[in-house]
Design a protein around this ligand. Structure first.
Ligand SMILES: Cc1cc2nc3c(=O)[nH]c(=O)nc-3n(C[C@H](O)[C@H](O)[C@H](O)COP(=O)(O)OP(=O)(O)OC[C@H]3O[C@@H](n4cnc5c(N)ncnc54)[C@H](O)[C@@H]3O)c2cc1C
Length: 382
């Protein structure tokens, strides 16, 4: 169970080669200029990465979540912005359509998304609704044969790239027994009344596309409802469970990238006449970093395998996200320490990992939200 199959090994090697040859050379400049390379996205599309966990009939590769995680981990090792573009493109962009869309919606949207020729965002978070996603204030009311949407979303990944086709938003569509009825609706970019605001000035993931969104009387056809009316809350929770596995894979890649860079640096850096790697404090730091990578990888593999064979995986996904996110942040901090002053210079990828990794403890459910999920699995009701 914990070893990769031959096919999975080949995929890992293929994406690792691509990451080294195509992604890594552009990462420094993309981060510095806050630019997502659409050429890299197109090449990932050509490799079939956006279609990995989807059936061939929609243009997918017929793989599973394990395959997706393997690709994301290999990309996350060198460039978290590129890795999150794939992660969000698949788990937040295409997956909701595949899981909850009508046959017509699947045929309409999936071929472009799975080929990497189009991207989609998932708009859940609002200024007043993050961890407490049920506090959604954005509304969608039916007027004739149209939904009229008002409200705002924040921090939405892949929402404003040149190839973004739509954003799936959660919105309150009514009241059920005193509780908000939440539904998910596809809002195409370019819809009058839907504005993709200016991108954020972020601490990290600078080459990833993230915007606030606003909706002022944005009208879309009634047929843009994704899934059943009122099923939005349940749907996005299951989307987030899966997404946590993918973020854990990304985090593992980041932790691995930091480890490899730190080992190489410690071997090559001479300190007081001998290699830094001969000092026990450096060895212990590197050994601990290795143990974190190993633990994080086992955790996301376990969650992905459970998901792929149809077993419950929410708790395992939360554990993987928790452990791997912390591994990435801890390894980034330790790697920059091993690098000394160079670790504070952006030209060294560990410096970028240091800035990039913090969000791994926040996005798609904060560390505290993962702890809540795990505590609930222990029968500890809040
Ligand atoms: C770069 C980036 C990309 C993102 N991409 C997307 C996207 O594509 N789509 C999308 O919908 N969202 C996206 N997000 C939003 C992200 O998922 C949220 O920021 C995250 O879920 C936390 O929500 P919040 O920011 O509102 O923080 P809050 O929920 O306000 O949390 C603040 C603090 O309170 C803690 N906390 C919250 N609830 C509890 C509790 N019950 N018990 C104890 N502690 C608690 C949190 O852990 C945190 O430490 C993105 C965010 C960033 C920064």
């Amino acid at each position: 169970m914990f070893e990769l199959t031959d096919e999975e090994r080949e995929l890992a090697a293929m994406v690792r080669d691509f990451a080294e040859a195509v992604v890594a050379p552009q990462s420094y400049e993309a981060d510095r200029t806050h630019t997502l390379s659409m050429d890299v996205v197109a090449q990932m599309g050509d490799l079939g990465l956006f279609g990995l966990p989807f059936p061939e009939e929609y243009g997918g590769q017929g793989g599973d979540y394990m395959a997706l995680g393997i690709a994301i981990e290999a990309l996350g090792r060198v460039d978290q912005s590129i890795a999150i573009t794939l992660e969000a493109g698949v788990s937040l962009g295409a997956m909701p359509v595949f899981r909850f869309g009508s046959e017509e919606q699947k045929r309409e949207y999936l071929p472009g998304l799975l080929a990497g020729r189009a991207l989609a965002g998932f708009g859940l978070t609002e200024p007043e609704a993050g961890s407490d996603a049920g506090a959604t204030r954005t509304t969608a009311r039916l007027e004739g044969d149209e939904w009229v949407i008002d409200g705002s979303k924040q921090f939405i990944t892949n929402s404003g790239t040149p190839i973004t086709r739509f954003v799936t938003v959660t919105a309150v569509t009514g009241n059920e027994g005193g509780r908000k009825q939440i539904s998910t609706i596809i809002v195409p970019n370019g819809t009058p009344g839907f504005t993709v605001e200016a991108p954020y000035d972020k601490v990290g993931w600078n080459a990833s596309d993230t915007h606030p969104l606003s909706f002022a009387g944005a009208r879309v056809p009634v047929g843009n409802l994704l899934g059943q009316q009122g099923s939005g809350f349940r749907n996005f929770l299951s989307i987030l469970d899966e997404g946590r596995i993918a973020i854990a894979a990304l985090s593992t890649g980041a932790a691995e990238g930091c480890l490899e860079a730190a080992v190489d640096y410690a071997k090559s850096r001479t300190i007081f006449g001998s290699a830094l790697s001969t000092r026990q404090n450096a060895q212990f730091t590197l050994a601990r970093m290795r143990a974190r990578v190993h633990t994080a990888r086992l955790a996301w593999h376990h969650a992905a395998r459970r998901r792929d064979v149809g077993r419950p995986f929410a708790e395992q996904a939360a554990i993987a996200k928790l452990v791997a996110g912390e591994a990435a942040m801890d390894n980034a901090r330790d790697a920059t320490q091993i690098f000394g002053g160079n670790g504070f210079m952006n030209e060294f990828p560990v410096a970028r990992h240091y800035r990039d990794s913090k969000i791994l403890e926040i996005g798609e459910g904060t560390t505290e939200v993962q702890l809540l999920v795990i505590a609930r699995a222990l029968g500890l009701a809040g």
